[in-house]
Write a protein that binds this ligand. Structure first.
Ligand SMILES: Cc1cc2nc3c(=O)[nH]c(=O)nc-3n(C[C@H](O)[C@H](O)[C@H](O)COP(=O)(O)OP(=O)(O)OC[C@H]3O[C@@H](n4cnc5c(N)ncnc54)[C@H](O)[C@@H]3O)c2cc1C
Length: 613
């Protein structure tokens, strides 16, 4: 532990200059046993950092933020290194239980489920894409009875946190200026961007701001980025307020249990472990769970809040019977394909990324290393299988164009994220000449309106045993059909004049396990998708929000855990239904809204604080 902290300290020092005065090392505080705070926030992720910031705006409230992980560092700042981070100790390292239709032979049917264990949480591991969702995604939440959660209620909160740094969007009524979270385009313009835009136009799609009025269309990714470097939730919301007197941040502190008085069902604190020592801390007002979709659900169940019969299996005293762990939703993507072009310098693969020229450009805040997770273009499209969605302007498939591909992954970083073995890689891509592999890029379909729903369950009554996670990817037949349609769309994009100019072609060596099927038949793609589909790590929904009387709800629309006093959940787990988008932006919004709900409930939401509009 001490060595890793020393490493964190050094890598923090080496963050490139010039230093932004709002950024800096967050001091660590170790609370003493039974120390009291007004609020205890569990988890400093996308949501937890926002909550810590907004609640400590009230000078007389003191707040403790407990985080299991440590600091971000030099490497986690580099946008293109995103997939590498999931191979480090910044990842909790969860995996799914064996699945029927995803992550097949490659990993014995088990999918990796990376989650951030670091200040900033999964916003440090993520691919930086800033995408809010379709307005009707949130209107759906409101239609389910969640008062105050319609798009018009929430747009002010999206804007409140945002500091848009994209010139063309600065006057848009959909974007906010002056918030903590910087949103930029990567300073590097991928040479694939223009063919991508033109391909979209050839196919009848507009080049758009997908966080604006219309979502369907082609676009350049907006990213949580500051001067070409990652702008995580910690960097955005926590670092600028690191010296506030009423905020204490305790790192390397794993909460194992919420303390709930069994008679009154009132949460009064938490028990956590730091440096092998257990301590309890007390909350005068509230405990707020922001431990993420996996962490919050696991903690509730370990503390006696969850499905009664399930808790009894582990001899946990059931205090409140609630459907915690159900309603797990996520986005899967198919990322095994590679498209080869004839020209060099169009794509960004290992050779470009690892070159000293790229490193030097990065230090100056430019160059290909600033591409968010390597993404160079996004398209939101609606397939013919979205017929049962009455909202005709809502996409059900996203295409993410990667500036490089799995074929060009010579160093094996992408492979380790996907769980692809060297044997698999060499069988599919090994015969391609070395330089051809560098001339390849990806276009990955993402199922953004999935119908399959999963569940999270305890493995044991011990916090250190990772929960059993059943995401059930692609088990609904409509989901697989739409993924195949997504592959067909990528082929249409590649078939446009814009891409054919470069002789763009799909690499056509069949995937191991699918060789018996006719290459490019629907059956072949179903097989290939089952083999190499991975999650985009957008797990949500395990502590579902719903109105009173909803038997599937865990928290109320004010995010209070049903039938428990003094306990809220405010993170991705409360989403009743997953938006057709990447999830970080919506989770930051949820935390902004949660902070106002808390202030309001404690009589502290004055007009001057309510600066949401
Ligand atoms: C590899 C990857 C790529 C992604 N790409 C994108 C993207 O490009 N765009 C996008 O919008 N979204 C993306 N996402 C998803 C997005 O980042 C997450 O949905 C979001 O960050 C989750 O926010 P959260 O606050 O719910 O949880 P988290 O950010 O995961 O925060 C939970 C925090 O709680 C801490 N914690 C958990 N349990 C405990 C405990 N018991 N005690 C103390 N601390 C605890 C964790 O360590 C963590 O810091 C990606 C995610 C991953 C992992």
């Amino acid at each position: 532990l001490e060595i890793s902290r020393l490493f964190d300290f050094w890598t923090d020092l080496f963050r490139p200059l010039p230093r932004n005065p709002n950024e800096g090392f967050i001091p660590d505080y170790t609370p003493y046993d039974q120390e009291e705070f007004d609020f205890i926030i569990v988890g400093a992720g996308s949501a937890g950092c926002v909550l810590a910031n907004r609640l400590t705006e009230i000078g007389k409230w003191n707040v403790l933020l407990l985080e299991a992980g440590g600091n971000e560092n030099f490497f986690s700042d580099v946008p293109i290194f995103a997939s590498f981070l999931s191979t480090t100790s910044m990842n909790w390292g969860y995996s799914s239980e064996p699945l029927k239709r995803a992550c097949k032979d490659l990993r014995n049917n088990v999918c990796f489920l990376p989650r951030g264990k670091v200040l900033g949480g999964s916003s440090v591991l993520n691919f930086l894409i800033y995408q809010r969702g379709h307005p009707e995604d949130f209107n759906d939440w409101a239609r389910m009875g969640n008062k105050g959660w319609s798009y018009s209620d929430l747009l002010p909160y999206f804007k409140k946190s945002e500091n848009i740094r994209i010139r063309q969007l600065m006057n848009s009524s959909y974007h906010g200026k002056g918030g903590y979270l910087d949103i930029e385009y990567a300073p590097y313009r991928s040479p694939l961007e223009i063919p991508f835009k033109k391909a979209g136009e050839e196919l009848g799609f507009k080049w758009r701001d997908p966080n604006g009025e219309h979502v369907i269309g082609f676009s350049k990714p907006q990213a949580t980025m500051r001067n070409g470097r990652r702008c995580s939730s910690s960097k955005a919301f926590l670092e600028p307020i690191r010296f506030r007197k009423n905020l204490k941040v305790s790192k390397y502190s794993t909460v194992e249990r919420i303390l709930i008085e069994p008679k009154t069902k009132t949460a009064y604190g938490v028990e956590f472990k730091k440096r092998n020592k257990r301590r309890q801390v007390r909350a005068r007002r509230e405990v707020i769970l922001a431990a993420g979709t996996i962490g919050s659900a696991q903690l509730l169940m370990l503390s006696g809040v969850g499905p009664e019969e399930h808790l009894k299996e582990f001899k946990i005293n059931p205090l409140v019977n609630l459907p915690v762990g159900y309603n797990l939703q996520d986005h899967v993507t198919f990322s095994g394909n590679a498209f080869i072009v004839n020209e060099t310098n169009l794509c960004v693969n290992d050779m470009t990324a690892a070159s000293p020229v790229s490193a030097a450009a990065y230090l100056a805040g430019r160059g290909p290393l600033t591409l968010p997770g390597g993404a160079a273009g996004l398209a939101f499209v609606r397939t013919k299988y979205a017929y049962d969605d009455p909202v005709e302007t809502r996409p059900d498939i996203e295409l993410v164009m990667g500036a490089g591909s799995l074929a060009g992954d010579l160093l094996g970083i992408l492979r380790s994220l996907l769980g692809i073995t060297d044997k698999w890689y060499l069988q599919v891509y090994g015969k391609l000449p070395f330089l051809t592999r560098q001339r390849s890029f990806a276009m990955n379909p993402v199922l953004i309106k999935p119908k399959s729903v999963g569940r999270l369950m305890l493995r044991s009554a011990n916090h250190s045993d990772h929960p059993k996670i059943y995401p059930n990817y692609l088990e609904h037949p409509n989901d697989m059909r739409r993924m195949v349609e997504g592959v067909r769309l990528t082929q249409k994009v590649i078939g446009t004049k814009a891409f054919q100019r470069y002789g763009t072609r799909l690499h056509d060596v069949p995937f191991p396990g699918c060789e018996h099927l006719k290459f490019d038949s629907n059956e072949y793609w179903e097989c290939a998708i089952s083999q190499t589909s991975i999650t985009l790590d957008h797990e949500v929904g395990t502590c579902k929000m719903g109105p009173s009387g909803d038997p599937t709800a865990v928290v109320s629309p004010r995010l209070v855990v049903n039938d428990v006093q003094g306990l809220r959940v405010a993170d991705g787990s409360i989403m009743p239904r997953i938006p057709a988008a990447h999830t970080h932006a919506a989770i930051v919004m949820i935390a902004e809204k949660a902070a106002d709900l808390i202030k309001e409930d404690w009589g502290m939401l004055t007009d001057s604080q309510n600066n949401t509009v």
